[in-house]
Design a protein around this ligand. Structure first.
Ligand SMILES: [Zn+2]
Length: 168
C-alpha cells in the first residue's frame, strides 16, 4: 500500500478547546477557547507514571511536593510536573465544571456541564493523603482552596462528609 501523507487536520485536539493563561483563582489556569458541550472529553492528563511507593520516597527526599500528581491506579500516579501537558494547569474548584475519569489506566478531563467560551476550567482535586492518616488542620491550610465558590469547603483535600457537617 502506498504511504499516504495526510494533510487532513486531525480530529478535535486538546488545544482546540483550551488556552492557558493567568488564572482568576491562582497562578496559571486553563480557559475554554470555545463553547464546550457537556460530556466533551477535553484533554488527557499526561505525565510521567510513577509508582506511589517511589513517589513517596521522592517526597521524603525533600523534592518539592508536586500538586500535579494524579492518582490513576491504586499503585500509580501520573506526575504532570514531568512530561505533562496543559491538563496540569487546570485549577481546583469546589464547584468545578470538569471532572476526571480514568479509563484503561489513563486519566481524562471531561466537561461535566456546558461550558461557555472564556470560562476557566476546573475540577475537584479531591486530594487525599498517599498514606492512610488523619487529615489535620495544617493539611487543610497547606492545601487551602481559593476557588471562591459559595460552597467552597476551604481546602482542596477531599473531606469525609461527617467532618464537613461538623465544621459547618
Ligand atoms: Zn473551594
Amino acid at each position: 500500500m502506498p504511504v499516504k501523507k495526510t494533510t487532513a487536520k486531525p480530529k478535535v485536539q486538546n488545544r482546540d478547546f483550551i488556552r492557558v493563561g493567568r488564572s482568576r483563582i491562582e497562578g496559571t489556569g486553563v480557559y475554554a477557547k470555545r463553547k464546550i458541550p457537556k460530556g466533551t472529553r477535553i484533554i488527557e492528563y499526561l505525565g510521567k507514571r510513577v509508582p506511589v511507593s517511589k513517589y513517596l520516597v521522592e517526597l521524603k527526599d525533600g523534592k518539592p511536593v508536586s500538586m500535579y500528581a494524579f492518582r490513576v491506579t491504586e499503585g500509580t500516579v501520573i506526575d504532570g510536573g514531568r512530561g505533562g501537558n496543559d491538563a496540569r494547569f487546570f485549577n481546583h474548584s469546589c464547584e468545578p465544571n470538569c471532572e476526571s475519569y480514568v479509563f484503561d489506566d489513563r486519566a481524562y478531563l471531561y466537561a461535566m456541564r456546558d461550558i461557555v467560551r472564556g470560562e476557566e476550567l476546573t475540577f475537584d482535586y479531591k486530594l487525599q493523603s498517599a498514606t492512610p492518616r488523619k487529615i489535620t488542620k495544617a493539611d487543610k491550610e497547606m492545601y487551602e482552596c481559593l476557588c471562591g465558590a459559595p460552597t467552597c469547603r476551604g481546602t482542596m483535600i477531599a473531606l469525609p462528609k461527617r467532618i464537613r457537617k461538623q465544621s459547618s
